[in-house]
Design a protein around this ligand. Structure first.
Ligand code: SF4
Length: 374
């Protein structure tokens, strides 16, 4: 079995009670069968509280009215961990913030940026992200797995990441290039012409391919597109109670009231001023966006081996960074034209929580992206 991890994997340490947020609130924690069996057989002093805190039908830990796990105490520490030790935790709690994508004979392990500590590591990382791998003797065979498509998707992902990390190019060109490549890769998948993917990679290395993307990008109607993507967020399930009101406040600052005619001039002026501010006060912002794009592409792109939706996955990565950028611009306005690294980390982990910790949100964004409008 081949395992891959990002190069910053071992830097992560959970700060538990010192965490500025918690991973034990907002979403439903589902316990695995083995853990549930252990809880059923627990006999010590914690047993009664343990058993009555589990929804046995759903196999989940109960939550209080603020959607906090009932084991999470007011100091943001886990009572189960304190009473029964780390070994008592279910698989979900032991693993988080580790995220595993499973393929035949491959496990790709990443760290989710929905954890503030992971977001902090990634947003402070200056060098391009790379991946480490190691092999074990385990072997497995999937009944229904297309190893050839997977290997071509791995090749495509390498090309996308190489482009994203080419700091000689402007970031918006890099993002536009990976979208075009993913769109053409999608065509190869749809037409069952996987071999032609190599021609796609070669074409976008040429001057002609790059120029074509630059021209298309210059003609795109950015405001209409981003406003629509922003409004899509209201169709999603909201895990934190205050997320929707935060979105509404941000939307009003960015685009005016819901029924206002789009004021493109006002928006473009604000965008220009924000970029000037970023370049002067937070020049590392392009590196931060690059790391996030690589994070989304490395985590999700090869999942297209299961559903064939490579373009939707690339779009999800780019749209996520565009939305984080919009939220940062709104926060900059809320702060009277200032932004700190703390704001960046908070927006990144909050956005990621809402998107990545809800299967229905991940499915919805993929559905919206597979409309192939970009
Ligand atoms: S969100 Fe991250 S740092 Fe905070 S408690 Fe959970 S794992 Fe630890």
């Amino acid at each position: 079995m081949l395992y891959t991890i990002p190069d910053y994997y071992h830097e992560f340490r959970c700060v538990a009670g010192k965490c500025e947020d918690t991973c034990c609130a907002g979403w439903q924690i589902v316990a695995d069968e083995a853990a549930l069996e252990k809880y059923k057989n627990e006999t010590g002093v914690f047993a009664e509280h343990l058993k009555e805190s589990i929804n046995w039908e759903e196999g989940t830990f109960k939550q209080d009215k603020d959607k906090r796990c009932v084991f999470l105490n007011r100091s943001n520490l886990c009572d189960m961990y304190t009473a029964l030790g780390e070994e008592s935790l279910c698989r979900t709690c032991k693993l988080y913030p580790r995220h595993i994508e499973e393929f035949e004979d491959v496990r790709e392990v990443t760290l989710s940026v929905s954890c503030p500590e992971v977001a902090r590591i990634l947003m402070n990382k200056k060098e391009p992200m790379h991946f480490l791998s190691y092999e074990t003797d385990e072997e497995e065979e999937y009944g229904d797995f297309d190893p050839f498509l997977y290997s071509k998707l791995v090749d495509a992902r390498e090309v996308l990441i190489d482009i994203l990390q080419d700091r000689e190019k402007k970031l918006n060109l890099r993002a536009a290039l990976i979208l075009e490549i993913a769109r053409d890769v999608q065509e190869c998948i749809d037409e069952e012409d996987i071999f032609s993917m190599d021609d796609v990679f070669d074409y976008y290395r040429t001057e002609e391919g790059i120029h074509e993307v630059e021209t298309d990008f210059a003609e795109a109607d950015h405001l209409t597109y981003i406003r629509k993507m922003f409004q899509n967020q209201y169709q999603m399930e909201h895990l934190r109670g205050d997320w929707e009101s935060y979105l509404k406040k941000a939307e009003k600052l960015l685009y005016g009231n819901a029924n206002d005619n789009l004021c493109e001039k006002h928006y473009m002026e604000m965008l220009g001023e924000f970029h000037t501010w970023l370049q002067k006060e937070m020049p590392e912002y392009e590196i931060q966006y690059e790391q996030l794009l690589v994070y989304f592409i490395s985590t999700y792109f090869c999942g297209a081996v299961y559903d064939g939706e490579a373009f939707a996955k690339a779009q999800m990565a780019v749209v996520s960074i565009l939305l984080i950028h919009e939220l940062l611009m709104a926060q900059w306005k809320m702060n009277e034209k200032a932004l700190s690294i703390k704001d960046v980390i908070e927006i990144v982990y909050r956005y990621s929580r809402e998107l990545e910790h809800s299967d229905s949100n991940l499915n919805l964004i993929q559905e919206l992206m597979s409309e192939r409008e970009y």
